[in-house]
Write a protein that binds this ligand. Structure first.
Ligand SMILES: *[C@@H]1O[C@H](CO)[C@@H](O)[C@H](O)[C@H]1NC(C)=O
Ligand SMILES: *[C@@H]1O[C@H](CO)[C@@H](O)[C@H](O)[C@H]1NC(C)=O
Ligand SMILES: *[C@@H]1O[C@H](CO)[C@@H](O)[C@H](O)[C@H]1NC(C)=O
Ligand SMILES: *[C@@H]1O[C@H](CO)[C@@H](O)[C@H](O)[C@H]1NC(C)=O
Ligand SMILES: *[C@@H]1O[C@H](CO)[C@@H](O)[C@H](O)[C@H]1NC(C)=O
Ligand SMILES: *[C@@H]1O[C@H](CO)[C@@H](O)[C@H](O)[C@H]1NC(C)=O
Ligand SMILES: *[C@@H]1O[C@H](CO)[C@@H](O)[C@H](O)[C@H]1NC(C)=O
Length: 553
């Protein structure tokens, strides 16, 4: 009873605080609107009728409030991808993890707390497959009175890489959930700012065009919002300077193309320094295959120099690596380095007290449906959200036995293995972490079910990517090569098929935080788990109480 009273008191104080502070307010109305692409018209779910959805502009350290009204016909939740939401998982958004759905007709007020993030992040639906059309950019400018760690660009352009599905996305999702067989379905086109570009049939007039002035510099804030594909992206006849990723700045480096896994963001500077003409920017898939095919088509947009000239009859296409060029992708990821200067110090945990090896495997249960797993557990969504169960001490919703290491160790890259290895256990198991633990987690990509690469995303945290390589992780040799000086700070990292990536973070954000593959197909199949980071001793190390209007289960 005493616990309840003090919680209630905290709740009332918080209620007062929550409603009386004047944070900037935004209104997201989720509703269906007809859109036409490739000569076909269909209803898609949007925020405020826009596709891609509205970009939100904030300064570093701001807090904003977004009122989400569900005027669509499906349950939905909204996630603020890459925003740490310190001590406040209540607004994080993943369905069944931190909240139950906002049901049709209902409303939920979400508070988004920006702290150290600066650069580009994004928001998207986090239930079923609705993020296919429900997503948009989060643009985080430097704090008032501070500036970019590079010369101020003359203009800033969000570039949202997306995809267009011929089928109704919820029908596809239902097939996928029922029997996993949506693998033979691919999106019909990839999109740049909502448009497929003129290499697709029936798409030319609406191609996205960026008009530039020669001599000026443009900051392209690139987001990969595609459901199940990572991409190469390039601008013909221009090299770009990579300056940031996932809401953190990087040591600048020049490239003729970039690699952007599903869920990540990459910020690049484009100098309009070529002869006045029309140039394509283009993107196509990187895929290691695995089960299912991918669409090998190329999406384009056009960069048009202003001025008096006659453009070439057709813009030049940029060079993009081949669809299976693993070395090109790995090289790009390995080139990311934090600024590591006085204004942007790195704080890599040096003494690790909590080690994990997470083997991500693809598993098929041929008899019923396709499953994917981490450490041989395929995550099953609970019936009420884990955050509520944890906070209100509701038993029986989840277990705390997520294994730290694979129980069965084998050559994870092997081509030959018995069929029964592909059948995982199914359950809702989480990993409990003490406040302030220093965590090293090694993701090991396997070759089960022909393998695949996996962009892994962690909520509530940014992590340092301290090492990566191909083959089986070697716990004696590989750590000697770690970059502990200027590793990049990410929220999403690409794990190569039959390769590994090591990340480190300090568990100082109490709450319930989802970790999952950002290929939504794999997420639905269970390639996910949850970290529950316990409260620390001091009041500043404890989770905040919930808002008054959490959607009921
Ligand atoms: C790729 O996209 C094109 C153009 O929309 C479409 O015709 C084709 O069927 C798609 N390919 C696959 C393998 O899905
Ligand atoms: C772009 O580069 C290609 C070769 O890389 C070259 O042939 C072409 O002339 C260039 N186009 C322009 C407009 O500079
Ligand atoms: C794309 O895939 C189709 C089969 O789906 C194939 O016929 C075509 O040659 C491929 N195109 C390229 C450029 O690889
Ligand atoms: C990436 O490739 C470039 C050009 O081939 C090379 O100079 C560089 O060392 C490579 N970087 C990494 C991190 O592998
Ligand atoms: C996963 O667990 C199941 C059931 O215990 C077992 O049959 C299977 O071989 C395991 N697979 C791996 C790769 O550990
Ligand atoms: C967290 O851990 C660091 C050492 O990594 C220690 O100095 C600090 O006192 C700890 N803070 C709390 C609140 O436990
Ligand atoms: C919508 O969400 C509510 C609350 O969690 C749940 O009871 C209901 O089953 C959900 N409906 C569907 C179709 O998933």
């Amino acid at each position: 009873m005493k616990v309840f009273t003090s919680k209630l008191l905290g709740f009332l104080v918080f209620f007062f605080f929550y409603h009386c502070q004047a944070f900037p307010h935004y209104k997201f109305v989720v509703k269906e609107v007809p859109y036409t692409r490739l000569c076909n018209t269909k209803n898609i779910l949007t925020v405020n009728g826009q596709f891609p959805g509205p970009a939100l502009y904030v300064n570093k350290g701001d807090t904003i409030v977004v009122d989400v009204y569900n005027r669509g016909k499906y349950n939905i939740t909204i996630h603020w991808h890459g925003v740490l939401q310190p001590r406040y998982p209540w607004s994080d958004g993943p369905e069944y993890i931190t909240q139950c759905a906002i049901q049709p007709g209902a409303k939920f007020r979400q508070k988004i707390i920006f702290t150290t993030e600066e650069g580009t992040l994004w928001w998207h639906a986090h239930s079923t497959w609705l993020r296919a059309t429900v997503h948009g950019a989060l643009i985080i400018y430097p704090k008032m009175g501070t500036s970019y760690p590079f010369p101020k660009p003359d203009a800033e352009i969000p570039i949202i890489l997306g995809d267009w599905w011929k089928e109704d996305i919820m029908e596809l999702y239902q097939i996928l959930e029922r029997d996993g067989d949506a693998i033979q379905h691919n999106s019909e086109a990839f999109l740049i700012n909502g448009q497929p570009g003129d290499l697709y049939p029936c798409s030319k007039p609406e191609t996205f065009r960026l008009k530039v002035n020669r001599g000026l510099t443009y900051l392209l804030r690139i987001v990969n919002s595609i459901l199940v594909d990572s991409l190469f992206f390039s601008v013909a006849n221009h090299t770009v300077t990579v300056v940031g990723s996932d809401g953190s700045y990087l040591k600048p480096f020049k490239r003729s193309f970039i690699f952007i896994p599903a869920g990540q963001t990459v910020d690049v500077l484009l100098e309009a320094n070529q002869s006045p003409n029309h140039y394509y920017m283009a993107a196509s898939v990187y895929s290691t295959g695995g089960i299912g095919v991918f669409n090998n088509s190329t999406t384009t947009a056009i960069i048009e120099y202003n001025g008096n000239y006659t453009p070439s009859s057709r813009p030049v296409l940029p060079y993009l690596p081949s669809h299976s060029d693993t070395a090109a992708g790995l090289n790009f990821t390995a080139s990311l380095r934090s600024l590591a200067d006085k204004e942007h110090p790195v704080d890599v945990p040096m003494e690790i007290n909590t080690h994990f090896l997470y083997k991500k495997i693809f598993c098929a249960d041929g008899k019923t449906r396709t499953l994917a797993s981490v450490n041989n557990i395929s995550f099953l969504n609970p019936s009420i959200d884990i955050l509520q169960a944890y906070y209100c001490c509701i038993q029986g919703v989840y277990g705390t036995n997520f294994p730290d290491f694979p129980l069965f160790v084998f050559d994870f890259t092997t081509e030959v293995y018995p069929m029964d290895w592909e059948i995982p256990n199914v359950g809702t198991e989480v990993k409990m972490l003490d406040y302030n633990s220093t965590v090293e987690l090694v993701f090991q990509g396997t070759n089960l079910l022909k393998g695949s690469d996996h962009p892994m995303h962690l909520h509530g945290y940014l992590f340092y990517v301290v090492g990566l390589g191909m083959g089986n992780f070697d716990k004696d040799k590989d750590p000697l090569m770690y970059n502990l000086l200027d590793p990049p700070l990410q929220n999403t990292i690409h794990i190569p098929k039959k390769g590994w990536v090591a990340i480190r973070f300090k568990a100082k954000n109490p709450g319930v935080w989802y970790m999952h593959c950002h290929f939504d197909k794999h997420m639905v199949w269970g390639m996910d788990t949850v970290f529950i980071v316990k409260d620390g001793e001091s009041p500043e190390a404890k989770m905040l109480p919930p808002p008054p209007d959490m959607p009921p289960c």
